[in-house]
Design a protein around this ligand. Structure first.
Ligand code: GLY
Ligand code: MN
Ligand code: MN
Length: 433
């Protein structure tokens, strides 16, 4: 548990933005997997960003205005349930340890919220995030409206609280940056371990197991998303997660995997030869993707807008496609016609944070937004060459992506995933040792 002052500061900041009214932000629901088995519980990112509280069945309530208040609803202490499921803070301890003005039993939520909403001018909700919560809170608002003859008014404005929260989360503070650096270090170690464990004949899932082993042994709670371990042509399936095929001598292996540590995602892709040595054709394609990735990283700096890294990487990739003779004409005409999409069909990055595809708008007033210090994003160009008549056979089934995580600084960016080998020489060396 981090010190509560980080979360108190974030709550105050949000209440200042709200100016007036009441915000209600529930954590995520527990989800049944099948039978009596649940998916591992993962808190709601907004809720956790503001509270640091990681138990299920909890709701944060903030009241802005002259006397701002932050309140938590959570599960009661329950010795019987704690014997089965483990420790619960209970409202009293939770209020003290997490720095709330007060905390209440979640069993009192409906009654208490009706009381708290009375005479508040505005209601701030993560609208649409969890439909059942929207319905429940709006039904409680209707109950407040039913008290009109007693002179009580219900909030007559409803705002999506995520508009402000997304912007807050987009700029990472020092505490967030340090967790993200550590998550990156663990994930980079997992990629090194995967490189060292890979050899012809192994199954993709054996390599996935190496990644998971490395995540967990360093305390990461889970993968941030299902690991992609894609040998040979499987790398051309962008969201390949079957991970159940055998690795072949002479093929490449693409791994897109990152851990989640204390609520923060890392997201790394490396592509390397199953037998430890790039073939001439693989190396030729690899160097193009690597040059594109360096171009994206060089462009990830203040003074550029969001899309500059993508544009820069794209130009390098398209020139590479021309050199490989899989498209013809000029870079500009290939970009104009969209012909490159046969080999590069995704964008070069996304915001990164508590969610792997993190919150935050990419455009403001329909213009790409400027990059500023504290933003975290990925740089992940790739080339995916499926068998086709008009493509040289030596290139068939080569799928390469290289992905790093960066944080924008005053003068450029910090590549926080640099510990995962990336050049041809470093990868071949790492696989030999
Ligand atoms: N691993 C998800 C992504 O790269 O976007
Ligand atoms: Mn990514
Ligand atoms: Mn990825």
């Amino acid at each position: 548990m981090k010190k509560p002052d980080i979360y108190q500061r974030r709550r105050s900041q949000l209440m200042q933005h709200m100016q007036r009214g009441i915000a209600v932000i529930p954590t995520a629901a527990e989800a049944l997997r099948n039978g009596d088995a649940h998916f591992p519980f993962r808190f709601d990112s907004h809720f956790h960003y503001l509270s640091g509280f990681d138990e299920p069945e909890a709701v944060l309530v903030l009241i802005a205005g002259d006397k701002p208040q932050s309140l938590l609803f959570c599960r009661d202490k329950d010795i019987e349930r704690e014997i089965w499921d483990g420790f619960r803070y209970g409202p009293e301890q939770a209020a003290k340890l997490f720095g709330f003005d007060a905390a209440y039993s979640i069993s009192l939520f409906d009654e208490k919220l009706v009381e708290l909403m009375g005479n508040q001018p505005a209601l701030h909700l993560p609208l649409g995030a969890q439909a059942n919560w929207d319905d429940r809170i709006l039904a409680l608002r209707t109950r407040v409206q039913g008290q009109a003859r007693s002179g009580i008014t219900a909030p007559n404005e409803i705002h999506d609280v995520r508009m402000v929260l997304n912007e807050m989360r987009l700029i990472k503070d020092d505490a967030e940056k340090s967790v993200m650096r550590r998550a990156s270090t663990i994930s980079a170690g997992a990629h090194r371990r995967a490189m060292q464990a890979t050899r012809p004949g192994k199954m993709e899932y054996e390599i996935e197991a190496e990644l998971l082993h490395e995540f967990r042994r360093h305390g990461a709670q889970a993968p941030a998303y299902t690991s992609i371990v894609a040998g040979g042509g499987n790398a051309c399936v962008l969201h390949y997660i079957h991970n159940n095929m055998q690795l072949k001598d002479g093929d490449l292996l693409l791994i897109d995997a990152g851990c989640e540590l204390d609520g923060y995602a890392s997201d790394i892709t490396r592509t390397f030869p199953v037998n430890g040595k790039f073939s001439a054709a693989q190396k030729e394609v690899y160097e193009i993707v690597l040059a594109a990735q360096y171009a994206a990283i060089a462009a990830a700096r203040p003074g550029n807008h969001w899309n500059v890294p993508h544009d820069e990487a794209m130009r390098v990739l398209v020139q590479g496609m021309i050199d490989l003779k899989v498209v013809n004409c000029t870079v500009d005409s290939v970009i104009e016609s969209g012909d490159y999409k046969r080999f590069y069909m995704h964008r070069t990055g996304h915001w990164l944070g508590m969610d792997v595809h993190d919150v935050g708008n990419y455009k403001i007033n329909n213009e790409w937004r400027d990059l500023i210090p504290g933003m975290a994003l990925t740089a992940e160009p790739g080339l995916y060459i499926r068998p086709a008549d008009n493509v040289p056979e030596a290139l068939w089934n080569i799928g390469i992506r290289i992905e790093d995580d960066v944080i924008i600084t005053e003068s450029g960016c910090e590549v926080i995933t640099h510990e995962a080998p990336k050049t041809v020489a470093d990868i071949e060396y790492s696989m030999k040792s």
